[in-house]
Ligand binder design. Structure first.
Ligand SMILES: O=C(O)[C@@H](CO)OP(=O)(O)O
Length: 278
């Protein structure tokens, strides 16, 4: 038997602003930092001591893991990071306002892009400032493996090799494993663990900053389907909030104009592959 803890990063600055994020490396908001702290507190209260942590290459997941592990005085545990745990690449929607996209394209198209299993959003162009093709952290990935857009089925395909090759070997030797990742990469992992159908996964949302604990049998299948959130009441409310992102609030004013240019201006600064050559 082994313990697997899934932790979605705390609220990011773009979650707070209602923007599609994907592979853009935005930081945690102040609320996201407190959510990560609460995540660490919940682990302490439940007496769960991770032996190893796996994260994506994005700072919102890395910082969430660090903050939570710091609370538990476990910053020293071994860490492995992989692009395979990254958020779903949101293609040309990266940086776009969710509410505006819903208004512009309609509820059905909006939800198809957000939650359908096998329809990716339109691809991002390689010369778009919000593309990751020249990002230093993916310099060792062949260009064709760097996504230009992904649906959840694509995320399952690129995440599963990491599950089998990196996470399962830790679980197999009895380690308690913490995976700090993202809404959609964790949906992909939960789909696999709980054997959720392509149709049913559409309705599953993962809340920010609340540890989800799975006890696994010797075949790495959950003893309890769906696992257990360490704060079930908070998880329920937070799941609703994720579900309703981009939805119009009755009587609410329209969201502020945020066109593609605004999104580009908001791009977080980082070193690029090109930057390295300079
Ligand atoms: O913008 C994103 O990258 C994701 C997660 O924040 O959003 P959504 O929940 O709409 O898939």
């Amino acid at each position: 038997m082994a313990t697997l803890v899934l932790l979605r990063h705390g609220e990011s600055v773009w979650n707070a602003e209602g923007l599609f994020t994907g592979w853009v490396d935005v930081d945690l908001s102040a609320k996201g930092e407190s959510e990560a702290t609460r995540g660490g507190d919940l682990l302490l209260d439940a007496d769960i001591t991770p032996d190893v942590v796996h994260t994506s290459l994005l700072k919102r997941a890395i910082r969430t893991a660090n903050i939570a592990l710091d609370v538990a005085d476990l910053l020293w545990i071994p860490v492995q990071r992989s692009w395979r745990l990254n958020e779903r690449h949101y293609g040309a929607l990266q940086g776009k306002n969710k509410a505006q996209t819903r208004e512009e394209f309609g509820e059905e198209q909006f939800m198809t892009w957000r939650r359908s299993y096998d329809t990716p959003p339109p691809p991002i162009k390689d010369d778009d400032p919000l593309s990751q093709v020249n990002d230093l952290r993916y310099a060792e990935l062949p260009s064709e493996l760097i996504p230009r857009s992904e649906c959840l089925a694509d995320v399952v395909d690129r995440m599963l090799p990491y599950w089998y090759d990196a996470i399962v070997p830790d679980l197999a030797v009895g380690k308690t494993v913490l995976v700090a990742a993202h809404g959609n990469s964790l949906r992909a992992l939960v789909k696999h663990l709980d054997d959720i159908s392509d149709e049913a996964i559409v309705g599953l949302n993962i809340p920010t900053g609340i540890p989800l604990v799975y006890e696994l049998d010797d075949d790495f299948a959950p003893l309890k389907r769906g696992g257990e959130y360490l704060d079930p009441a908070a998880a329920k409310a937070a799941i609703e909030a994720v579900k309703n992102q981009g939805a119009a609030k009755p009587g609410a004013p329209k969201p502020p104009a945020k066109d593609a240019k605004d999104a580009k201006d908001a791009k977080p600064k980082g070193r690029t592959r090109r930057g390295r050559k300079k």
